[in-house]
Design a protein around this ligand. Structure first.
Ligand code: GDP
Ligand code: IMO
Ligand code: MG
Length: 423
C-alpha cells in the first residue's frame, strides 16, 4: 500500500487534527513528519476536545501505531505534559507511540533564543509561537543539534552543556530583556527527558520501510500549512520546516515513489495567526463575524487568528506544490448566514491580472480580484449526507473543483468527528 499524506494548504489550523482522527480507522500507522509543539491539532469526539502538539492525531484509536518522525522537533517538557493529558483517557501510549532516534530535541535555551530573537526584531517579528522551533532547526542544519538517539548515550549531558552555554552567549548577544532561571528550566527538562526515555525509540525510516513492505497502510500527518513552508511560504513569515509534501519524504524517510494520495485540507475561508502578508484579510465586521462564529483563536497561544476570504490564487499554488489529489473543505458551517461570499480568483499585480502567486504578496504589491457567490442560510452542523447540502454551498464547491481540477471529497460541518460528510 502507498503512504498517503495529509497536509494543510493555507497558513495552518485548517483542521488537520480532526481529519486525521476521522481517517485513522482506515490506517495502521499515523506518522507526524515535521514541526513540533508550535502545532495545535484539535480533535473532538464524545463531547470532549483534545489538543495535540507533537503526538500524532491517531493516538485515540485503539489499533493505530503513532510515529513521531525524524523531521519533528520535540520539547520533552511539552511532550510529557501531553502524555499526562492522555493518561486520564487510559490511552496506552507506551505501546502505540514510538519516536524516531533522528528527531531533534528542543532545549530550554532554544525557547529562550526564540524569545530573544523575536524581541530583537521589534515590529518585524515573525509572530512565532516561541516554542523554540526556529533555533532548534537552526542547530539541526548547523549540525549542532541533540537528537533523541543521543539521549541513549552516556555523554549526552556534556554535549547538552556545551550547547546550552553557547546559547546563553547568543542570548546575551541579542541584548534584549529575557528573564530566566536556567537551573529551574533544566530541572524540569532533565526530569522530562527521563520520562521520555520510557518510550520506544526507533529507526523510523527502517520501521516505515518494513511496515510498507508488509502491506501496512500509513498516513503521514503534516503540521502548519503550505504557506508557512520554509521554502514555499511567505518568507520570512514562515516556520522553519518544509510543511509541504516533500517534507514527508525527508521527515519520515519515505521515498517519493511510495507516496499515494495527497489529501489537501483548507478552510472555506482563510485564517492566519502571527505576522506576514495576507491579501484577502478582512478588517471589517465580516472578518469579525468569521472569527467569532469560527472561534478563531490559536489552539497553542490563544492568539486571535486573522480572518479573510478564501484565496484561490494561494490555494492553487499550494495544490501545485504538493501535488494534491483530493481536497477536504473545512468549516463551511461557519459561513452559514453570510449573504454574499467572495473568493479571490486572481490578483492585480504591477498593472496586470495574474493567477499565480508572485514572489511578493505584500499589500502594496497585490490587490485581490474577487468573484462573488450567494451564501447559504441553512445550518450545516447537523447534516450527515452530501444530498442535504444546500445548493449555494454545492455551487461554491463545484466552482472550486472546476478551478483546481481536484475533487473535494470531504466537507466538514463542525468540529466533532461525526460532523464529516464524505461526498
Ligand atoms: P489543525 O492545527 O489544522 O489541526 O487545526 P486546529 O485544531 O488548530 O484548528 C481548527 C479548529 O477548528 C479547531 O478548533 C477544530 O475543533 C475546529 N474545526 C475543525 N473542523 C471544523 C468544522 O468543520 N467546523 C467548525 N465549526 N469547526 C471545525
Ligand atoms: P498547526 O499545525 C498556525 C505560525 C506562527 C508564526 C509562524 C512561525 O496547528 O496548523 P514558529 O513557532 O513556527 O516559529 O512560528 O508560524 N505557526 C502556525 N500557525 N498553525 C500552526 O500549526 C502554526 N505553527 C506555527 O503563528 O506566524
Ligand atoms: Mg492548529
Amino acid at each position: 500500500m502507498a503512504v498517503d499524506l495529509l497536509l494543510g494548504l493555507q497558513w495552518g489550523d485548517e483542521g488537520k487534527g480532526k481529519i486525521v482522527d476521522v481517517l485513522t480507522s482506515k490506517y495502521d500507522i499515523i506518522a507526524r513528519f515535521q514541526g513540533g509543539p508550535n502545532a495545535g491539532h484539535t480533535l473532538e469526539f464524545d463531547g470532549i476536545k483534545h489538543v495535540l502538539r507533537t503526538i500524532p492525531s491517531g493516538i485515540f484509536h485503539e489499533k493505530s501505531t503513532n510515529i513521531i518522525g525524524n523531521g519533528v522537533v520535540i520539547d520533552p517538557v511539552v511532550f510529557v505534559k501531553e502524555l499526562e493529558g492522555l493518561e486520564q483517557f487510559k490511552i496506552d501510549y507506551k505501546s502505540k507511540l514510538i519516536i524516531s532516534r533522528k528527531a531533534h530535541v528542543i532545549l530550554p535555551t532554544h525557547r529562550l533564543l526564540d524569545a530573544a530573537s523575536e524581541a530583537s526584531k521589534g515590529k518585524a517579528k515573525i509572530g512565532s509561537t516561541l516554542k523554540g522551533i526556529g533555533p532548534t532547526y537552526m542547530d539541526k542544519t548547523g549540525r549542532n543539534g541533540i537528537r533523541i538517539g543521543d539521549l541513549e548515550l552516556s555523554d549526552w549531558k556534556e554535549k547538552y552543556r556545551a550547547l546550552a552555554n553557547k546559547h546563553e552567549a547568543m542570548i546575551s548577544f541579542y541584548n534584549v530583556d529575557v528573564q530566566y532561571d536556567l537551573a529551574d528550566l533544566e530541572a524540569e527538562f532533565f526530569a522530562a527527558v527521563e520520562t521520555l526515555k520510557e518510550l520506544t525509540f526507533i529507526d523510523s525510516e527502517e520501521y516505515i520501510y518494513q511496515a510498507h513492505k508488509s502491506g501496512k497502510s500509513i498516513l503521514a500527518e503534516g503540521a502548519q500549512g503550505s504557506l508557512l513552508d520554509i521554502d514555499f511560504g511567505t518568507y520570512p513569515f514562515v516556520t522553519s520546516s518544509n510543511t509541504t509534501a516533500a517534507g514527508a519524504c525527508t521527515g519520515l524517510g519515505v521515498a517519493p515513489n511510495k507516496i499515494g494520495d495527497v489529501y489537501g485540507i483548507f478552510k472555506a475561508y482563510t485564517t492566519r495567526v502571527g505576522s506576514g502578508p495576507f491579501p484577502t484579510e478582512l478588517f471589517d465586521k465580516v472578518g469579525e463575524d468569521m472569527a467569532r462564529i469560527g472561534h478563531e483563536f490559536g489552539a497553542v497561544t490563544g492568539r486571535a487568528r486573522r480572518c479573510g476570504w478564501l484565496d484561490l490564487v494561494a490555494l492553487r499554488y499550494a495544490c501545485q506544490v504538493n501535488g494534491v489529489t483530493k481536497l477536504m473543505m473545512m468549516k463551511g458551517d461557519v459561513l452559514s448566514g453570510f449573504k454574499t461570499l467572495k473568493i479571490a480568483t486572481s490578483y492585480k499585480y504591477k498593472g496586470e491580472e495574474i493567477t499565480h502567486l508572485p514572489y511578493n504578496i505584500e499589500p502594496e504589491n497585490v490587490t485581490p480580484v474577487y468573484t462573488e457567490f450567494s451564501g447559504w442560510k441553512e445550518d450545516l452542523t447537523k447534516m450527515t449526507e452530501a444530498s442535504q447540502l444546500p445548493k449555494e454551498l454545492n455551487d461554491y464547491i463545484d466552482f472550486l473543483e472546476k478551478e483546481l481540477e481536484i475533487p473535494i471529497e470531504v466537507v466538514s460541518v463542525g468540529p466533532d468527528r461525526k460532523q464529516t460528510i464524505f461526498k
